[in-house]
Design a protein around this ligand. Structure first.
Ligand SMILES: O=C(CO)[C@@H](O)[C@H](O)[C@H](O)[C@H](O)COP(=O)(O)O
Ligand SMILES: [Zn+2]
Length: 189
């Protein structure tokens, strides 16, 4: 078991190093665009499935509550949390529309939609991002693997260079935390 633990840490460390070499510029761009979005008084919408739904909620909480500094709450929402909305859309229409309808209801021009999908293939994330773009939101995809079909349709695409879902997720949440840190440094003393 110790070897398994060591192996996972080594894999995670190596992937983070590769990520830093390949994706620093995109991460910086994401942070800058997020800062601009908040400065303009617009909001952030986060969504994904499974572990990525947890990431969506985790990140929305960092913005609305606080990250590391005492400061005013910032406008962010996870589209993964309201079980009545989620179950009624999935039940009456289709699971692929759970984010689309919420973006139609809540997304406004200039807001920023973050779709999180390790495969880049989840239909509900894909359709949510397409709708966001249609409505004039800035679109962000955090993916992995080859980016799937989601990576191509967004303004800012960050593809973690791995096909292992948990390792990709670990970098997604690191990216989220980095953006939180840079937002707080840029906007609050
Ligand atoms: O957390 C994990 C695996 O680490 C799972 O819950 C995982 O998020 C789910 O299988 C998702 O449905 C995968 O969707 P996606 O990342 O491919 O969009
Ligand atoms: Zn997981």
């Amino acid at each position: 078991m110790q070897e398994v633990i060591k192996g996972i840490f080594k894999e995670s460390i190596a992937l983070k190093e590769t990520f830093l070499e390949k994706c620093l510029e995109q991460t910086l761009l994401l942070a800058k665009q997020t800062i601009e979005t908040i400065k303009e008084g617009k909001k952030l919408l986060f969504f994904g499935n499974g572990g990525s739904a947890a990431d969506a909620q985790h990140l929305a909480a960092e913005f609305v509550n606080r990250f590391q500094r005492e400061r005013r709450p910032l406008p962010a929402i996870a589209l993964t949390t309201d079980t009545s909305i989620l179950t009624s859309i999935a039940n009456d229409y289709d699971y692929s529309l759970i984010f689309v309808k919420q973006i139609e209801a809540l997304g406004q021009s200039g807001d920023m939609a973050w779709g999180i999908s390790t495969s880049g293939m989840s239909p509900n994330v894909y359709l949510g991002l397409k709708k966001a773009k249609q409505r004039g939101l800035k679109t962000v995809a955090l993916t992995g693997g080859d980016g799937g079909k989601i990576a191509n349709i967004v303004d800012i695409s960050i593809i973690v260079p791995s096909f292992k879902t948990p390792r990709i997720q670990e970098i997604h949440i690191t990216i989220g935390h980095i953006v939180c840190e840079l937002v707080e440094r840029a906007l609050f003393i």
